[in-house]
Design a binder for this molecule. Structure first.
Ligand SMILES: NC(=O)c1ccc[n+]([C@@H]2O[C@H](COP(=O)([O-])OP(=O)(O)OC[C@H]3O[C@@H](n4cnc5c(N)ncnc54)[C@H](O)[C@@H]3O)[C@@H](O)[C@H]2O)c1
Length: 349
């Protein structure tokens, strides 16, 4: 019998979609059918240069995309109807995924949504190292946002291993993505999000329901990476070594040091480019080792980390496909394959 190799289509070829497409193409046990989108801009033309099959997500976009120079292979609906796809990774802008859900339901196709969709769209919110098994065999799964993924990896690890009673975290977000910094964004200011808690804390609870967390957020005037600062209270007394030990073992979390000259988000971006990965992507969460501190009574820890917003959710999307197709039933097995294919490390330098 022929080996089952799930066929994957990426719907929406933007910041996340183009990275997920490349990551899927690198997996030996998954096959990339192509991508679908609604425009013919340089980003979609880049997919054409990479010889990917391109579909029109909406039938009324076919002519416009062809006129724009895209060789459109057909419509997304036509492709799904013909049974050519097992899993769609929906990387369309926030709330479009929810609209697309009925199409996936109509053709019985599995779908992985992104963090811009509400938890209810999929019913399972996913971070591989926390709840891989919850997604096994499901039709719909949602990979949570970059911020939530980072919180679940770092604080989730501390909660699982040491027992966290309370987390309070502050997030300084990037204002806008690099590709659209010419259009929008804030400059020379910081804009607080006045709704408290920011949505990130409740979102982390969709993955780790027992986590008592409140987050506050603000937009900075930069366009790459978020900065998280967390105060973590424990159920029992812990030592600095315990926190370091957990994070040292936690997958997809790495240490960087101020004492090595890693002074800001810019230093981490430079490191990520030096690693020579595509687009300077960083899939891991860099925690400043020098920031990790414990209160004198041993009940609280404080730490600061960077969240590579464009890329930390990419491995989760790959793992989500293996979970919904039950290609791997153990998180370790999927994560090992993903990490090897993307050169994910435990030490950046
Ligand atoms: N940008 C980030 O840093 C980031 C990080 C984590 C998660 N996310 C989430 O990932 C999702 C995608 O975000 P993004 O930043 O990649 O968006 P983006 O705007 O960069 O890309 C979206 C792509 O979808 C296309 N598109 C628009 N309408 C469409 C439709 N109806 N059908 C098909 N394609 C359509 C656009 O042309 C574009 O190519 C969102 O849910 C977002 O919240 C974004």
């Amino acid at each position: 019998m022929a080996k089952y190799v799930p066929r994957v289509l990426i719907n929406g070829y933007g910041v996340i979609g183009k990275r997920v497409a490349d990551a899927i193409a690198k997996q030996e046990d998954l096959s990339l059918v192509g991508i679908s989108d609604v425009v013919a801009d340089w980003r979609v033309k880049m997919a054409q240069t990479k010889r990917m099959n391109i579909y029109a997500s909406l039938p009324d976009r076919v002519d416009e995309m062809r006129k724009g120079g895209i060789e459109v292979s057909g419509t997304l609906e036509g492709l799904l109807k013909g049974g050519g796809v097992d899993v769609v990774i929906d990387c369309t802008p926030a709330k479009i995924g929810a609209k697309n859900k009925s199409l996936y339901e109509k053709y019985g196709v599995k779908a992985v949504f992104q963090g811009g969709e509400k938890h209810e769209v999929a019913g399972v919110s996913f971070v591989a190292q926390r709840n891989y098994e919850e997604a096994l065999g499901r039709q719909f799964v949602r990979v949570v946002s970059c911020n939530t993924t980072a919180i679940c990896r770092v604080v989730g690890g501390l909660h699982e291993k040491l027992g966290v009673s309370k987390v309070r975290a502050v997030i300084i977000r990037r204002a806008v993505d690099v590709w659209e910094s010419s259009r929008v964004g804030v400059m020379n200011t910081v804009v607080p999000e006045l709704h408290i808690p920011s949505h990130h804390g409740p979102d982390a609870q969709t993955v780790i329901p027992s986590l008592n967390i409140v987050t506050l957020a603000a937009k900075g005037s930069h366009n790459l990476y978020h900065l998280h600062m967390a105060m973590v209270e424990f159920r029992s007394t812990i030592g600095l070594g315990d926190v370091i030990d957990v994070l040292e073992k936690e997958p997809r979390v790495v240490f960087v040091n101020g004492s090595d000259g890693v002074e800001g988000l810019n230093s981490i971006f430079e490191i990520s480019r030096d690693l020579g990965r595509p687009r300077g992507d960083l899939y891991e969460i860099p925690v400043w080792f020098d920031s990790i501190s414990v209160s004198p009574d041993g009940r609280e820890a404080y730490l600061i980390w960077a969240t590579p917003n464009e890329s930390n959710v990419i491995p989760e999307n790959v793992d989500a496909v293996r979970a919904v197709t039950e290609l791997e039933v153990r998180r370790e097995d999927s994560m090992r394959k993903t990490d090897r294919s993307l050169d994910i490390v435990k030490k950046l330098y």
